[in-house]
Design a protein around this ligand. Structure first.
Ligand SMILES: [Zn+2]
Length: 456
């Protein structure tokens, strides 16, 4: 490690320790990788029990539910108490916003999680400093496991709504990136010219790590191969926010000549799972309690595929218990050859998104369109189809009891159409079709976005 990297690393760790508890949590996480299953179970019981007790005392939404379930913190185990609660859906989260807030919020360092500056409706959930510090610690653990040292150069191929809508990130954000030695490239809009420039930049910077959305890095690798522009090998790449298929992994590893690590997480609950050196997708058991449930909400066993349901153990400001995240998956059976006893997900299905392409040939990150609809609480299910370069069709299944007046819905639709045109072009035709059901693809997966533009 050279002198500048060492200096950046010290500065970063000093800043972390001064600002909060992330460094301490990281050391806890690193130590817990050595724990056996019994110790992990005991630790989970304590953390879960602490959260449930807090909900019983301070969270109006959960008070009657926990009382009816019979859980009082003394008898049943915490997972059993939790299993008696209903699943938390996104629309309930929106409607019960006030009741989900902890009554002791005033003494917590809390903040609203925003959905980004320009994508319609504002945020609907609250997070606190304690959650933030743990999430930072999880990112540090991922660095540690992939052999990346904070301060080394990193390229982040990530979505920036600000960039997309011609605004700049603020000074504080830019300074933080500088300090961490990160170069950010916008993954939302990638024209051939932009992709060529990204590759030139990567080859000049020679990053030790590339952190990217799965679909964006796949797109960049395809472009690299198609146009004969090699990308200089980083030490590794970490990909997230999408389904990492074996084919996508092979394509990236071959193009980059470097290992690819998967990371599974979401905006609402942070980093849920990450891959070890043996490609085991280990759940972050100190911070997330994960269940796989069947159609009736019953808990399934390893090997059985169902809905991924997450209880976030670190956010006391607005606790999310049994939150149905919208993806499907299954647990892996048996121990991982890396030696860590943290349970693993065998596979994650869901968030299947095609990228879209503008008439001018620019690739637009498909999941961006999901953000336009994310906080529309009257929408139960949706699919966004690019029928042609200048035609986008939204298929929408509304909740029966959506409770949103039609004028408000109309305003939402106009806003979505406006945002779509800003991204795809002013001439783009935007249609909304209300349907009763959206059938999964022949493989059984739900596709959030579909592009019917072939021959790319
Ligand atoms: Zn492992």
């Amino acid at each position: 490690m050279n002198y500048t990297v060492k200096l950046r690393n010290r500065l970063w760790l000093f800043k972390l320790d001064r600002e909060g508890s992330a460094g301490r949590h990281f050391r806890e996480l690193a130590a817990a990788r050595e724990w056996d299953a019994a110790r992990l179970r005991a630790d989970r019981e304590e953390r879960l029990k602490g959260l449930l007790r807090h909900c019983l005392r301070h969270v109006p939404y959960y008070q009657p539910l926990l009382t009816t379930s019979g859980w009082n913190g003394c008898g049943n185990t915490a997972p059993a108490g939790l299993a008696a609660l209903p699943l938390l859906r996104k629309d309930i989260l929106k409607r019960q916003f006030d009741n989900l807030r902890s009554s002791d919020l005033a003494r917590r360092k809390w903040y609203l999680k925003t959905s980004g500056g320009s994508t319609g409706k504002p945020a609907v959930f609250i997070q606190d400093e304690y959650y933030q510090q743990w999430n930072r610690a999880l990112a540090m653990l991922q660095d540690h496991l992939t052999g990346y040292c904070p301060g080394e150069s990193k390229v982040v191929l990530w979505g920036s709504e600000r960039d997309l809508f011609q605004e700049r990130e603020n000074f504080r954000v830019r300074l933080g990136r500088r300090l961490r030695n990160e170069t950010w490239l916008n993954a939302y809009r990638m024209s051939p010219e932009a992709m060529a420039a990204y590759i030139r930049k990567i080859n000049r910077i020679r990053p030790k790590q590339i952190l990217a959305y799965v679909e964006s890095l796949v797109e960049l690798c395809r472009f690299s191969r198609r146009t004969g522009r090699p990308i200089r090998s980083p030490r590794n790449a970490v990909v997230t926010a999408g389904v990492l298929t074996p084919a996508a992994r092979d394509l990236m590893e071959e193009t980059l000549q470097a290992p690819v690590f998967n990371q599974y997480g979401s905006r609402e609950v942070g980093i849920i799972a990450k891959e070890c050196s043996q490609k085991g997708l280990h759940l972050n058991v100190l911070t997330h309690f994960v269940e796989i449930t069947g159609t009736g909400g019953e808990v399934l066993s390893p090997g059985e595929t169902g809905d991924i349901v997450v209880t976030l153990l670190t956010n006391y400001a607005m606790p999310l218990l049994r939150y149905r995240i919208g993806d499907r998956g299954s647990f892996a059976a048996g121990p991982c050859s890396c030696g860590c006893s943290w349970p693993r997900l065998a596979a994650v299905e869901g968030r299947v998104t095609d990228n879209f392409i503008t008439a001018g040939g620019t690739m637009i990150y498909g999941a961006l369109f999901r953000h336009f609809l994310f906080f529309q609480e009257w929408i139960k299910k949706y699919q966004i189809v690019q029928e042609d370069y200048l035609r986008i069709r939204y298929l929408i299944v509304p909740w029966d009891d959506g409770g949103v007046p039609s004028a408000a819905r109309q305003r939402d639709l106009e806003e979505i159409a406006g945002l779509t045109r800003r991204v795809m072009g002013v001439d783009c035709r935007v249609d909304f079709d209300f349907v009763e059901e959206i059938e999964p693809s022949p493989s059984g997966k739900h596709h959030y976005t579909i592009s019917r533009i072939g021959g790319r």
